[in-house]
Design a protein around this ligand. Sequence first.
Ligand code: ADP
Length: 226
Amino acid sequence: MLQLNRVEKTYTNKKQQIFALRQVTLQADKGSFVAICGPSGCGKSTLLFAAGGLLKPDSGIVKIEETNLYMISADQRAQYRAIKIGFVFQQFHLVPYLNVLDNILAASLALKSINQQMKVNLRNRALELIEHFGLIDRLLHVPSKLSTGERQRTALARALLNQPRLLLADEPTGNLDDENTEMVCQHLATYTDNGGIVLLATHDQRVASYAHNIVQMSDGTISTGT
Ligand code: ADP
């Protein structure tokens, strides 16, 4: 279970303070798909970064299962993130000089103390994901030789390599056509059917319609959950 309790984050620029998150409280249970909807600048990315252990809030609590993410050390948090949290972004963020297989395996680089057997298991898991995401013919292609849909499926496979409990997706379909948008949403839905939690930021209502719970966000505040 993911829990955010009264989370606040303010950015301070030279001239002004921006209240990106104001007392945000949110809960997502195992197997749930939550869409955060709202206009650009309302705080969606900040919420996902805070939920994923990438951005320490000014106050409030972020808990995944029994772990209070910002009460552990930065090292422990990095390790926790590598094992339990997957990220998918609009811009894919693949490594340009690595092929599909190595991009997916890159998710294991942050794992500490991997022995030979674990390496073999990770490679097998990467190959399973490649098959699952229909990328078998693209195994040795670098990102520039892939379609946008294939790039996002590679990024999804990378996010799922370590079998995370939580998947955070920031406008993951923003660069995709309708067909690939639907495909990505269906993969996210399958992940939650298997017990994962998805927290997805989008301003596309079609994408939000895949979620079990739609949360509206405006000006740093969560207004409704359906
Ligand atoms: P969204 O994902 O909904 O577009 P963001 O979480 O990216 O919203 O941003 C929320 C607000 O915080 C915006 O006004 C944005 O300009 C501001 N913001 C985001 N990141 C920073 C930063 N690093 N420094 C200053 N302001 C920021």
